[in-house]
Design a protein around this ligand. Structure first.
Ligand SMILES: [Zn+2]
Length: 90
């Protein structure tokens, strides 16, 4: 894979070639895996690179998408609703 030399975010590795020249190898940085904020599980359906993707391939269309997994988002939403009900009684 070709990496732009002007790209400052790409990682460099200096090495000596078999011929004795000093060369620089350019590596592209790997994207970190997106995980759930509460349980730490890998999020499904959330692509690492969002550019050049159609809308259906992007983050799920629900609240807390891309932050919590489906089970944790359900818990968070339930907790928020219970809190609202509690506050209404007072
Ligand atoms: Zn989770």
């Amino acid at each position: 894979m070709k990496v732009k030399k002007s790209d400052r975010t790409s990682k460099k590795r200096r090495y000596t070639s078999p011929g004795g020249d000093r060369r620089i190898e350019y590596h592209k940085r790997k994207h970190s895996v997106i995980v759930c904020a509460s349980c730490g599980e890998k999020l499904k359906g959330v692509p690492l690179r969002l550019n050049k993707k159609s809308k259906t391939e992007k983050v799920p269309n629900r609240p807390y998408a891309g932050i919590y997994c489906s089970a944790c988002s359900r818990k968070v939403i339930k907790d928020k609703i219970y809190e609202k009900i509690r506050n209404m009684g007072e």
